[in-house]
Write a protein that binds this ligand. Structure first.
Ligand code: CMC
Length: 383
């Protein structure tokens, strides 16, 4: 906490602020908990390692939305609803068709999600049932938007979504034009589970602030996507891949490359975290996934380079890898274009964002903190 007593009105106590809201408990949630000292993460009571190993993204989405894992009937119902909502409105397809090929995919996704509201007859219906249906729709349609955009910009015809199968397998199918093998589907599905939720991170907080004004779900998700785009948040995974590619292209020694950046006081993307003071548990799972994937594919280039970088940053700065560090190489190994990494983060985090919005609206209060004014007072225009 910092205190700044300058420019205070007489007889007032100094304001207490926390830069970046560090350590501030802004609200109560039953969705997720992070222990940054122990390096643990739970969704709705379940440890992330258990969920990533044993549950699908659809099951985890149900958990986040309903507070418990689904039984077979509940899961079948959710799967049917999700597959039924995969197609995007024709006007949004037209928007994708006129989007420049070199558009930033996060800007495209943010714009397309905002546009979805225009073609959703219940966009402004704030009933819980309607918001649940829209959460299903958004979760189902974001993969279609991303795959459609990626194919168009490569002058390939968009592939309509399948009417069955998981979100992970359908997305990889729409992106690459062929159904993924079981190992690729399982790996990608686990990545979606790992990115689904993470407490009151910047994008979720932005979404809840917008939702708390009783604005609609599309507005809140559009805002959350804007927050995720930044390189200090979800945008870091793209920067991680750029770093690996630069080291590879220039034939640099990864350790020397990192040391030089740190000497220049530059940040190494994919390291450090506001909450974790030890290894992010998601990074540990992704590291093991990358190791397995690399041996399966017979290419350990990204894994080897990543391990040297991680060892160097830990020993030099005491900073550990976060979720964005190893996920970048996992996605790269799955032949996903690097500028889609952050949109894919959003494609997963939509489940957590919508869970938080529904929780917010169950017991809503406007989120409206105050700022400690440190500007001048008692000035006169003299006019
Ligand atoms: N590389 C080098 N130095 C760093 C890094 C880094 N990645 N992260 C923090 N530091 C240093 C920073 O320079 C500062 O040093 P000093 O006190 O000497 O000026 C100190 O650590 C504290 O940094 P901070 O920015 O005040 O810490 P924070 O809690 O606000 O930052 C963070 C958290 C994630 C923004 C930061 O660690 C960072 O910029 N990391 C790189 C970007 C990144 O990987 N973001 C993804 C975060 S996890 C997934 C997600 O939420 O999307």
């Amino acid at each position: 906490m910092t205190k700044d007593a300058s420019n205070l009105p007489p007889n007032s106590s100094p304001p207490s602020t926390s830069k970046g809201l560090e350590g501030v408990i802004a609200l109560e949630t039953a969705i997720c908990d992070i222990d940054g000292t122990k390096g643990t993460l739970i969704y709705g009571g379940y440890d992330i390692q258990d969920l990533a190993a044993h549950c699908t993204f659809e099951e985890v989405t149900y958990l986040l939305w309903n507070g418990h894992l689904p039984d077979r009937i509940q899961l079948d119902h959710l799967n049917r609803s999700l597959t039924a909502e995969r197609s995007i409105p024709p006007m949004v397809k037209e928007l994708l068709a006129i989007t420049p090929d070199d558009a930033n995919p996060m800007a495209l996704l943010r714009t397309a999600v905002s546009a979805l509201a225009l073609f959703d007859g219940e966009a402004d219906d704030m009933s819980p049932d309607s918001n649940y249906r829209k959460s299903v729709r958004l979760t189902a349609q974001i993969p279609t938007i991303l795959a459609n955009f990626d194919r168009r910009r490569k002058s390939q015809d968009p592939i309509p979504p399948l009417r069955d199968g998981s979100i992970a397998s359908n997305f990889l199918y729409m992106l690459h034009g062929e159904e993924p093998g079981e190992a690729a589907e399982k790996t990608f599905d686990a990545c979606l589970v790992l990115h689904a939720e993470h407490g009151l991170n910047a994008s979720t907080f932005a979404g809840r602030v917008i939702g708390a004004t009783l604005s609609d779900i599309y507005s809140a998700i559009t805002g959350a996507l804007g927050g995720l785009k930044g390189p200090l948040h979800g945008g870091a995974n793209i920067k991680v891949m750029e770093m690996l590619m630069e080291i590879d292209r220039t034939g640099s020694d990864p350790k020397q490359w990192v040391l030089e950046k740190l000497n220049n006081k530059e940040r190494i993307m994919g390291f450090g975290h506001r909450v974790y003071k030890t290894l992010d548990p998601r990074a540990a799972i992704l590291r093991d996934m990358l190791s397995k994937l690399s041996s399966e594919r017979g290419s350990s280039k990204w894994f080897d380079m990543s391990m040297v970088i991680a060892e160097t940053v830990v020993s030099e700065k005491g900073l550990h890898p976060n979720v964005d560090f190893f996920s970048a190489s996992v996605y790269g190994t799955l032949d996903i274009p690097s500028d889609l990494f952050t949109p894919i983060f959003g494609m997963s985090r939509i489940s957590g964002w919508t869970a938080h919005l529904m929780e917010q609206w169950k017991d809503n209060r406007l989120i409206r903190p105050r700022a400690a004014y440190v500007g001048p007072r008692n000035l006169k225009t003299g006019r």
